[in-house]
Design a protein around this ligand. Structure first.
Ligand code: NAD
Ligand code: USQ
Length: 390
């Protein structure tokens, strides 16, 4: 298949592009490098050094003999999107290219507006390009399990059968997310669903849980094929952060009582899920949703697991929760569709954590310790992370 990976310079986009390329697909990647710009803004960088996208693509060709086309540009610019879709003519587009941090979206008005404009407008441009150039192209869009929030009922995969006053219907599952970032994903989902009904587009919305890990078979081929690993309180995600904190001897920063429950998955399952979705496209006009996570854990369980597995000293610290989220709640989300299509999950294991510890230890001199403690409080409409002297 011809597959265009939007956000191909990012944490998940780069390993996905290599995985698809190695499996015989013709892959192109697109990015505007804004993720690297957020690092400059916040005064941090990926724990694992990362090569430029140009270097990565050149090295990939040297090692595997496989070409990867590159498009540099911003999805919020419609001309760029139309040009790229029109010239590459993909069978499927994998759309990772959004501002993906909940804390970043909650810094202040400017960052909230930026997040929603970047994500919603970029996605709208992709939808219009598909409608005008080729509605047959399958849009595989990265959504988020956080779109649902934490309702006191089981979470279905996108749709729920509702009975009301003696009548019933299959309706989109209610959404009550916990950040302006997660809300941007809800807006995307609504826009994609409408575009499928209206123009007959075909799309898979992957409501993904929190991803952990940094290595895939492809990233391991050469240090310059590594993907980024974020540890700071704005972009670092919870399990990756706990592993890094353990190695540094920093207390594991559990927000609140740690009774929040989240769905998680290994980065090696992310790349496989994308290929499964691409190889099993929906019908024309169909909008389908897969819940893309493999296991559920409370945050406290994750911290205890890391503390137990790390051979050195490690302490769990319960810090005031900077976010507005349910402290303790019911959580039972369905995730059977990807498994039915052939996903064989990697379960979270001591071995995975031990390999992450090793990677962190190799690069720990690169860490800015000031960036670890939470710096964005949801209740404060004007946070200032990364600003020196304020
Ligand atoms: P990332 O920030 O590392 O990668 C996103 C990439 O998209 C970056 O390289 C960035 O430069 C690019 N980008 C952003 N806006 C763009 C624009 N307007 N035009 C062109 N390029 C743009 O994020 P990630 O962790 O790889 O996540 C990828 C996707 O998966 C995101 O949509 C995210 O919401 C979703 N997701 C991530 C996780 C996770 O744990 N990392 C979990 C669930 C869902
Ligand atoms: N948390 C801690 N301590 C930390 C960091 C986080 O207790 O040091 C808690 C948070 O309060 C939250 C949970 O861990 O309850 C998850 O936080 P996170 O930062 O790992 O993940 P989140 O903000 O939800 O966002 C990440 C990705 C986002 C993706 C989402 C999937 O950044 O792109 O959409 O995971 S999901 O969580 O399923 O919505």
């Amino acid at each position: 298949m011809r597959i265009l990976v939007l956000g191909g310079d990012g944490y998940l986009g780069w390993p996905t592009a290599m995985y698809l390329s190695e499996n015989g697909h013709d892959v192109a990647v697109a990015d505007n490098f804004v993720r690297r710009q957020y690092d400059y803004e916040l005064g941090v960088e990926s724990l694992v050094p990362i090569a430029t996208l140009q270097q990565r693509i050149k090295l990939w060709k040297e090692i595997t003999g496989r070409d990867m086309a590159m498009y540099v540009g911003d999805l919020t610019k419609a001309d760029f999107v139309y040009h790229m879709v029109g010239t590459f003519q993909p069978d499927a587009i994998v759309h990772f290219a959004e501002q993906r941090s909940a804390p970043y979206s909650m810094i202040d008005r400017e960052h909230a507006v930026y997040t929603q404009v970047n994500n919603v407008v970029g996605n709208m441009n992709v939808l219009y390009a598909l409608a005008e150039i080729n509605p047959d192209i399958h849009l595989i869009k990265l959504g988020s399990m956080g779109e649902y929030g934490t309702p006191n009922i089981d979470i279905e995969e996108g749709f729920i059968e509702i009975e009301h006053n003696g009548r019933s219907d299959l309706l989109p599952f209610p959404k009550m997310p916990g950040s302006f970032y997660h809300l941007s994903k809800v807006h995307d989902s609504n826009n994609i669903h409408f575009a499928c009904r209206n123009w007959g587009l075909r799309s898979t919305d992957l409501n993904q849980g929190v991803v952990y890990g940094v290595e895939t078979e492809q990233t391991k081929k050469h240090p310059d094929l590594a993907t980024r690993l974020d540890y700071d309180s704005v972009f670092g995600t919870v399990l990756n952060r706990f592993c890094i904190e353990a190695v540094l001897g920093h207390p594991l920063t559990v927000y609140g009582r740690g009774e929040q429950i989240r769905g998680l998955l290994d980065i090696r399952d992310t790349v496989r899920c994308i290929e499964i979705a691409a190889l099993n496209p929906p019908q024309a006009g169909e909008y389908r949703v897969f819940n893309q996570f493999t296991e559920e854990f409370s945050i406290k369980q994750l911290a205890e697991l890391v503390a137990r597995t790390w051979p050195g000293d490690s302490r769990v610290e319960y810090v005031d929760n900077p976010r507005t989220e349910a402290l303790a709640h019911y959580y039972n989300a369905k995730n059977t569709k990807l498994v039915q299509l052939g996903l064989k999950p990697h379960w979270l294991s001591d071995t995975l954590l031990e390999s992450l510890f090793g990677i962190v230890a190799r690069h720990q001199n690169r860490i800015n310790r000031d960036a670890i403690n939470p710096s964005v409080n949801w209740r404060n409409p004007h946070n200032q992370p990364g600003r020196v002297g304020l």
